[in-house]
Write a protein that binds this ligand. Structure first.
Ligand code: BYC
Length: 333
């Protein structure tokens, strides 16, 4: 009886063989990661690695697409033709970044429809920063300078992400982000150097509102970041949330001095011993409120995306009908 209970049926044998194979594959995968190899879409990968990538890349894609909204709001109100053309190009670039990133995520076996469904139902996240309003033209310059500046700091290391399709998408995205950052800084410089007192005050007011949310873009402190350890281990993230945030502050404060603006942090000071700026406490309660859906513009942003999706249904249907007509023609030929 005891031996009967211990005997292994064909299904259990298959499961054992399967798990032995998985163990071998998993060890080979980890060895490739340790050797600094890049992983391609068709390579074997652990399910958790795949899920982590789909989560991060799709959130990143959603951030680009939702990120078009606060700026798109100002295209018709840009002060000159030159600024309008720049802003149009920037917002179009962001649409393009979203599309590369959705494509990179699709290589992992999740469809674009599934990702968009997750966004529209409120299940998927996108960057907290896009839940703040753009109240004046200076906000557009500050988004370029601070938000794109923070984005580049976070995204340059992603060009070396262990998942090759994501890393390749990031190379192109970073080149464009660098232009986005510079155009924002330049537009602020013009206002600060040649503008009226009101324009200068408008820039300072925008910096005051965007500074802390920009620092929050890097995510929670390392000690409170549940995904960091494994993502760093797998080479998905190369630099931690706190280290990137510090690099951003160190790079940005000298730029603020050149502009002639201050950041709204009474505790900010240069620490000669560490050779870094020390900064005050981030309001993490605000961060989690915004991430949880209760920021100043969360509902408005999601409603705008859902409306665009619903109103675009006829375009998707027409594109599919055209593609199937072309396929039938090609078959007949
Ligand atoms: N906002 O364990 P953690 C742009 C979530 S677009 C919202 O540290 P992870 C641009 C996080 O997802 C810029 N949620 O997570 C576009 C996690 O929740 P789940 C977008 C955030 O993934 C247009 C939880 O908090 N950039 O540049 O290891 C115009 C715990 O966090 C945020 C990217 O997406 C946040 N700020 O690290 C202008 C870059 N931070 O998923 C500009 C790619 C954290 O477990 N992404 N959370 O439910 C990343 O590098 C990483 O995903 C993060 C977070 C550093 C953001």
């Amino acid at each position: 009886m005891y031996t009967q209970a211990m005997s292994v049926g064909p299904q259990e044998t298959a499961a054992k063989v399967q798990s032995a194979e998985d163990k071998q594959r998993s060890e080979a995968f980890e060895a490739r990661i340790d050797a600094g190899d890049f992983i391609e879409a068709k390579d074997w990968m652990p399910e958790h690695y795949r899920k982590t990538l789909v989560r991060q890349i799709s959130q990143h894609a959603h951030s680009e697409i939702v990120g078009m909204l606060p700026e798109g709001n100002w295209i018709t109100r840009a002060p000159t033709l030159k600024r309008k053309a720049i802003l149009l190009a920037k917002v179009q670039d962001e649409g393009g970044h979203g599309l590369y990133l959705y494509s990179a995520a699709e290589t992992l076996g999740t469809s674009r429809d599934q990702m968009l469904e997750a966004l529209h139902s409120g299940k998927a996240k996108y960057s907290s920063i896009f839940n703040y309003p753009t109240l004046s033209w200076a906000d557009i310059g500050v988004i370029g300078w601070l938000v794109d500046g923070a984005a580049i700091m976070n995204q340059v290391p992603l060009c070396r992400c262990s998942y090759a399709p994501y890393a390749r998408a990031m190379i192109r995205i970073c080149r464009e982000e660098s232009f986005h950052q510079r155009q924002g800084y330049e537009s602020l410089l013009v206002m600060m150097q040649n503008g009226t007192a009101e324009q200068k005050a408008m820039v300072q007011d925008a910096v005051n509102r965007w500074w802390w949310p920009s620092l929050m873009m890097f995510g929670p402190e390392d000690k409170d970041s549940p995904n960091s350890e494994q993502s760093m281990r797998w080479g998905i993230k190369r630099i931690s949330n706190d280290d990137l945030r510090q690099k951003f502050v160190d790079a940005t404060i000298p730029q603020a001095e050149v502009l002639g603006v201050t950041v709204p942090d009474p505790d900010l000071k240069w620490n000669a011993a560490t050779e870094h700026y020390q900064f005050g406490r981030i309001d993490w309660a605000e961060f989690w409120r915004v991430v949880g859906g209760d920021g100043p513009c969360n509902r408005e942003r999601l409603a705008a995306r859902v409306k665009a999706w619903d109103e675009g249904e006829w375009v998707r249907e027409a594109a599919l009908a055209h593609a199937s007509k072309q396929a039938t023609k090609a078959q007949a030929a």
